[in-house]
Design a protein around this ligand. Structure first.
Ligand SMILES: [Zn+2]
Length: 217
């Protein structure tokens, strides 16, 4: 990961650690390598949430999604499942980008969204507001999406990360739970937007306690 050295910007994005100099895509200022390895066994803090006023207690944080088409597809999923808001971090394109509309097909006007240069700052602010963060990511720490029996009694944000690099390790460390999809073929993961769709629909409509509490849109 790299991060803009300018404290007013703090744009955080995935990039190979081998590049010596790489300007900030947002402000063109200098950037620094901030983390190259995953922290081992980092604890997942249990937060005691305060109530949050939200149209629906399920939202999503999309960090450094590379493909604008994937972003548009996720927007369409968010609209279909009635997510309360999308938090668009790092290089994740906003609906102003023409590529997003090609797959969002109008849903980009219906889904509330907020953009942030730095997902860690966004996560910290959202957790301080009482949101709980769960990650969608393959890997050893992950449990199956289909083992989810109940959801927290607080607004939940599903976190997804870059198609190649995965979720920023420092962002993953802020998530209380890591969910993955079962994979039975030769590939270790699905397309990011496809995986997002399966996970969002399962959490929204497939987990009984949540379904009964939130079906109103
Ligand atoms: Zn910058």
């Amino acid at each position: 990961m790299r991060q803009c050295a300018d404290d007013a910007c703090r744009f955080r994005f995935p990039a190979p650690a081998t590049l010596v100099e790489l300007p900030c895509p947002r402000c063109k200022g200098p950037t620094l390598v901030v983390m190259t390895e995953k922290p081992e066994g980092s604890p997942r803090p249990e937060r005691s949430p305060k109530p949050v006023t939200s149209p629906l207690p399920l939202e999503a944080l999309l960090d450094n999604i590379r493909s604008t088409y994937n972003v548009g597809s996720m927007m369409r999923t968010a609209d279909g499942a009635g997510l309360g808001r999308l938090h668009l971090c790092g290089i994740t394109a906003t609906p102003e980008h023409p590529g997003v509309g090609k797959t969002a097909l109008g849903s980009e006007d219906a889904v509330p969204w907020t953009a942030y240069p730095n997902a860690l700052d966004a996560a910290d602010a959202l957790q301080a507001q009482g949101y709980r963060l769960w990650a969608l990511e393959s890997g050893l720490q992950a449990g199956s999406l289909y083992d989810v029996q109940s959801l927290p009694d607080a607004p939940l944000i599903l976190v997804v990360g870059n198609e190649l690099a995965g979720i920023d390790p420092a962002l993953l460390a802020r998530c209380e739970r890591v969910l993955s999809l079962p994979m039975q073929g030769v590939k270790g993961s699905l397309n990011a937007a496809v995986a997002f769709g399966i996970a969002v629909y399962h959490l929204r409509f497939g987990v009984p306690a949540f379904r009964s509490a939130t079906t109103k849109r």
